[in-house]
Design a protein around this ligand. Structure first.
Ligand SMILES: [Zn+2]
Length: 334
C-alpha cells in the first residue's frame, strides 16, 4: 500500500496563500497587522500657500489631518545646495526623491526628461515593500504620467510588477494641461472605487491641479503665491478630493481595526509663474503625517529634507530603513 504523503496538501495550501486577494483582506487581515499607508502628493503646492489656506479654513480636510497629526512648514526640496545632492525644484527630481528616499547624486534624475537615471538601483519605495512582503497590495493613482512611466517603470522587474493597481490619466497635450481640475476629480473617483473594492496596504495619490494653477493666469503678486486667489482655489479643490479619499477609507468595512498612516507632501514650491531654481520660494515645502505613531498637534520646526517621506512609509510598516537614509518624518526612528 503506498504511503500517504502530506506534500500535495502543503503545496495546495501555499498556492492558496500566494493567489492574489486571498492573503489580503480589510482590517488586520494584511501583511502588516492592520498597518497601512496613504501618501497624498500635491504637485507644486507652496508651503506658505497651504499654511494660509489651513489658517483661513479653506483646506478643511488637510487641516483636520494636521490637527490630528504632525506638520512641518519648514521642509525643503532641491537637495543640499552646492553639492552633488543639489537638484532642480521640478517634478522629475522632486517626485523621484519623495518616492525613492534619495537625492539626485543617487537617483540621477536631473529634470523631467528622466535621462540616464539610476532609479533601478534606488527604486520606488513600493518596490522595497514588495521585495520584503511579496503579497502586499500596492496602488498608485496619477495624472502626471511620468511618475508611472519612469519611477514605477524603472522599479519593475521581469515577472515582478512594483504595483498591484496602477491608474494613470494622461493630460491632453492639445489642452496644455488645463484639464487638471477635471483629471484630479476623475482620478479621485477611480481611487474611491478601488479603496472600496480592494485592500491597499500602501497607496500613492497624486494631484496636478495646484501646480497647473501656479503656471496659469497672471497675478500681480505672482501666480505661485498665497495671494493668488486662483492658486488658492485650486488648493481648495484638491482638499475636497482629499476629503473624498478620507471618507472612502472611513467607509471600509473594518476601518476601526486598521492603522492608517496618512502622509502629505509636495514636490516643490514656485516663484512668479514657474519653478526649478534654488530660491527659498521654490525650495520651501511642507509635509504632514497623521495616524500611526505620528504625534498629535505637533509642529516640527527643524528643517526637514524631502527624503524623509520614504523612511516614514517603511517605519510605519515596520520594514527596515537603509542605514544611510535620513530619519523618518514625524515618526520615531525606532
Ligand atoms: Zn510645475
Amino acid at each position: 500500500m503506498p504511503a500517504i504523503h502530506p506534500l500535495p496538501i502543503v503545496i495546495l495550501a501555499l498556492t492558496m496563500l500566494a493567489s492574489p486577494g486571498s492573503a489580503h483582506g480589510p482590517g488586520k487581515d494584511n501583511d502588516f497587522g492592520g498597518r497601512r499607508v496613504l501618501v497624498f502628493g500635491i504637485d507644486g503646492c507652496r508651503s506658505d500657500a497651504l499654511k494660509k489656506a489651513v489658517e483661513d479654513g479653506r483646506a478643511p480636510n488637510l487641516s483636520s489631518l494636521i490637527t490630528a497629526g504632525s506638520v512641518t512648514w519648514n521642509a525643503y526640496a532641491g537637495g543640499e545646495p552646492g553639492a552633488a545632492m543639489q537638484q532642480a525644484t521640478s517634478s522629475g527630481p522632486g517626485w523621484t526623491t519623495v518616492l525613492t528616499g534619495v537625492w539626485r547624486d543617487l537617483h540621477g534624475v536631473a529634470d523631467n526628461r528622466f535621462r540616464l537615471h539610476r532609479i533601478a538601483q534606488h527604486p520606488h519605495v513600493f518596490r522595497r515593500i514588495k521585495d520584503a512582503r511579496p503579497t502586499a497590495y500596492l496602488a498608485s493613482f496619477c495624472d502626471w504620467p511620468e511618475i508611472h512611466q519612469h519611477i514605477v517603470g524603472a522599479s519593475e522587474r521581469a515577472g515582478q510588477p512594483c504595483l498591484d493597481c496602477k491608474e494613470t490619466l494622461v493630460p491632453d497635450p492639445a489642452r496644455k494641461g488645463t484639464d487638471y481640475a477635471e483629471m484630479d476629480a476623475k482620478l479621485t473617483a477611480i481611487a474611491v472605487e478601488k479603496i472600496g473594492s480592494t485592500n491597499p496596504d500602501a497607496m500613492f495619490m497624486y494631484f496636478g491641479n495646484v501646480d497647473e494653477a501656479g503656471h496659469g493666469v497672471a497675478h500681480p503678486g505672482g501666480r505661485f503665491s498665497p495671494t493668488n486667489e486662483h492658486y488658492l482655489s485650486a488648493l481648495t479643490q484638491v482638499d475636497k478630493h482629499v476629503g473624498e479619499i478620507l471618507a472612502a477609507l472611513r467607509a471600509r468595512p473594518r476601518f476601526a481595526e486598521e492603522d492608517w498612516l496618512i502622509l502629505g507632501v509636495t514636490d516643490h514650491g514656485g516663484i512668479v509663474k514657474s519653478h526649478g531654481g534654488q530660491s527659498p520660494e521654490e525650495r520651501a515645502i511642507w509635509m504632514l503625517a497623521s495616524g500611526g505613531r505620528a504625534p498629535r498637534g505637533k509642529v516640527i520646526e527643524a528643517a526637514t529634507p524631502q527624503t524623509a517621506i520614504t523612511p516614514a512609509i517603511l517605519r510605519h510598516l515596520d520594514l527596515p530603513i537603509p542605514a544611510e537614509w535620513t530619519q523618518p518624518f514625524a515618526l520615531p526612528a525606532k
